[in-house]
Design a protein around this ligand. Structure first.
Ligand code: NI
Length: 172
């Protein structure tokens, strides 16, 4: 197990559309384990492979800290196949530390994905897990939660981000 380095906005890997996973091997298993460890250590409720510099369609999610029915989800090649309702919760992102904003999402989603053994599954998610699924699958398409903000809020974000970056550099 190893902690992976989390890439921060505006790292170009975060803007790339990630490639489908085609090799279901030990390296994929190791990556999923390391991503889960990195997510728990951060701590965060979700982490997508592009956030650790690997442009592949893999994400880990665990919302059990705030939703007791939740558990660790390892989603390979996930896609949203159905969605309904509306939600608007404050979101943050390990790649955009110290910044939080409300984002419009669907309240419930149906997600098709593969597990580490290449088996296909469909899950229905609601609450925080539904929001995390949408946030993480966005990462696989090169989209950050700040990309959903209005032009005005995005310009406020860019100004705030300059200060956050200076703060983060000061911590290094
Ligand atoms: Ni994120």
């Amino acid at each position: 197990m190893a902690l992976l380095k989390i890439r921060h906005y505006p790292d170009p890997v975060l803007k790339k559309v990630a490639a489908p996973v085609t090799e279901f091997d030990d390296a994929l298993r190791q990556l999923a384990n390391d991503m889960a460890e990195t997510m728990y250590a951060a701590p965060g409720v979700g982490l997508a492979a592009p956030q650790v510099g690997i442009s592949k369609r893999l994400t880990v999610i665990d919302c059990s800290a705030r939703d007791e029915d939740a558990q660790l989800l390892v989603l390979v090649n996930p896609e949203i196949i159905d969605q309904e309702g509306e939600a608007c919760e404050e979101e943050g992102c390990l790649s955009v530390p110290e910044y939080y904003a409300k984002v419009n999402r669907s309240a419930r989603v149906k997600v098709r994905f593969q597990d580490l053994d290449e088996q296909s599954h469909i899950i229905e998610a609601q609450g925080l897990t539904a929001i995390a699924c949408q946030h993480e699958i966005d990462h696989l398409d090169g989209i950050l939660f700040v990309d959903h903000l209005s032009p005005l809020k995005r310009s406020i974000f860019r100004k705030k981000w300059k200060k956050i970056e200076e703060h983060l550099l000061g911590q290094m």
